[in-house]
Design a protein around this ligand. Structure first.
Ligand SMILES: [Zn+2]
Length: 169
């Protein structure tokens, strides 16, 4: 049977006590992703997933359905689908400016802007945070902030707002 959630899930104890899964998706996706993975391993093939496990499963599935709302600056028609992560000696740049839609023509334009930096194009979604390039907390934080902007979630992110975002995806 499909799990239907009635509202956000708040941690009752542990290091995230009092925090909601919904807002943590944009604050510390890394933590939730690893927690979910551990639960999946532990309960593989077993019955009796607890409510947190079911909720994480639900939200991870919803997170695959959410779509960016900001448009590609090259074609100005399709939503952003990729973000170019640029690394050089002076650091890593993660910005809305360096993004494009799924079209190859737009990808090529984006890449051609900085051929020397050899930018890495990553999908504009939360699961990109699993990539090796996001091995530092500050990089994850920057990317999460950018995703919020691209998803139209800039400004104060209340639990209700975050919940509606995933629920309506
Ligand atoms: Zn485009």
């Amino acid at each position: 049977m499909l799990y239907e959630t009635k509202g956000p899930y708040f941690f009752k104890d542990g290091q995230k006590k009092g925090k909601a899964v919904e807002t943590l998706m944009f604050q510390d996706f890394f933590y939730l992703d690893q927690l979910y993975e551990r639960m999946e391993k532990k309960y593989k093939g077993l019955q009796g997933k607890n409510s947190l496990h079911k909720h994480l499963e639900w939200i991870m599935n919803r997170a695959r359905e959410v779509k960016p709302v900001k448009l590609c600056r090259f074609c100005e028609k399709k939503p952003i689908a990729y973000i170019s992560i640029r690394s050089s000696k002076s650091g890593t740049t993660i910005s809305h400016h360096f993004s494009c839609c799924e079209d190859q023509a737009c990808k090529n334009k984006l890449k051609s802007e900085s051929p020397n930096l050899n930018p890495q194009l990553v999908p504009a979604n939360l699961f990109s945070l699993r990539l090796r390039i996001f091995n530092k907390a500050w990089k994850r934080k920057q990317f999460l902030g950018l995703l919020r902007f691209i998803y139209g979630l800039e400004g104060k992110l209340t639990t209700k707002r975050a919940f509606e975002f995933f629920k309506n995806a």
